[in-house]
Design a protein around this ligand. Structure first.
Ligand SMILES: [Zn+2]
Ligand SMILES: [Zn+2]
Ligand SMILES: [Zn+2]
Length: 338
């Protein structure tokens, strides 16, 4: 048996059915690459220049209400538009295009410009979870909408244009690539094994314990065996539910709790407000029951060895396959120790 703490190897991701290259022996090599500027200065509770703060005006002169909890609105620069007519173009099976109707929204977590998930009270985060559920249900009821993607880009390093804590909700007609991939894998697993892929994976990780980072009654955060980003995690519902609208009240509060604890761990890792892309993966809203789907979230943070040194997915990763140096087990151990 090889030593996966030393030997170069590749690991299989059963959700995407793709491989990741792991090169644990490279963690000692000297770093001569880019060093990001140090973290930006602390943000004020209210920023008169912020287009997300209560009472401020947005593009086109729309003024935000003086909201006191969460606030949702249609994106002023939406990537998708609901009135797009359905149409398709196909030239010899080589040039194929389809129109894509959809709705893009922005959800502010709090009126406070500087309040991140890690620093919010669980009760206030529960309000955010309730808003996610309400948005998912409302968009799902629209016959044009077949998938609802809830995601957060946190930090300038991830391209977030505004530090005010918010997420985006893009919902559209077709099933996006990553969702289609995970759906096919979960469906195939269910047919072959007569059980849920993530339920079985969860049971395995609960007995192995070496990749678990956080846990409560209803949720588990772990560094997946096949993680690509150095400190990538998945937050997985302990109960088999296909989507966020199936969560009980206790599970919604549990989600608020584990999100706070997971992001707080991230912040402690390099003593900085940790940048990441985070998002839900769940049942499409195309009318199917989708019992193959097991609700989970992905956290993909870019930082590698400090608040200023990030991982890039370039070169070999862009052209061949993703690669990582520190093992998922040692990443989980470091996150657990904080
Ligand atoms: Zn703001
Ligand atoms: Zn399951
Ligand atoms: Zn997923």
């Amino acid at each position: 048996m090889f030593d996966w703490k030393q030997d170069p190897h590749r690991r299989y991701n059963p959700l995407s059915r793709e491989w990741v290259l792991v090169s644990p022996h490279r963690t000692q090599r000297p770093w001569q690459g880019q060093v990001e500027k140090t973290a930006p200065p602390a943000q004020p509770e209210y920023d008169p220049e912020c287009y997300l703060c209560p009472g401020n005006s947005r593009a086109g002169g729309v003024r935000n209400p003086n909201y006191t909890t969460t606030f949702v609105f249609d994106n002023d620069f939406a990537a998708l538009k609901p009135a797009t007519p359905l149409d398709r173009f196909d030239r010899d099976g080589l040039l194929i295009a389809e129109t894509e109707p959809g709705i893009c929204r922005v959800l502010c977590f709090s009126p406070k410009h500087n309040l991140t998930i890690a620093n919010m009270e669980v009760a206030d985060l529960r309000t955010v979870v309730d808003a996610w559920v309400a948005q998912y249900q409302e968009l799902a009821a629209n016959p044009l909408i077949n998938y609802v993607q809830i995601f957060e880009n946190r930090g300038a390093m991830m391209g977030a244009s505004n530090p005010h804590p918010h997420c985006q909700i893009w919902s559209n007609h077709s099933i996006p690539n990553q969702i289609a991939k995970e759906q096919a894998a979960q469906l195939a697993w269910r047919e072959e094994h007569g059980a849920c892929l993530l339920c079985q994976y969860l049971a395995l990780e609960e007995s192995a314990r070496d990749r678990i980072v956080e846990e409560n009654e209803s949720w588990l955060t772990l560094v997946p065996f096949w993680a690509v980003w150095p400190f990538e995690t998945m937050v997985i519902a302990k109960r088999h539910v296909p989507s966020i609208d199936y969560l009980t009240g206790a599970e919604r509060t549990g989600l608020a709790d584990i999100l706070k604890r997971t992001t707080a761990r991230y912040d402690r890792l390099f003593d900085v407000s940790f940048p990441y892309s985070m998002g839900f993966h769940q049942r499409p809203t195309d009318g199917g029951t989708h019992e193959e789907w097991h609700l989970h979230l992905h956290f993909d943070p870019p930082l590698l060895r400090s608040a200023t040194v990030r991982k890039f997915l370039v070169g070999y990763e862009m052209l061949a396959m993703p690669q990582r140096d520190i093992t998922p087990e040692s990443a989980a151990e470091r996150l657990r120790a904080l």
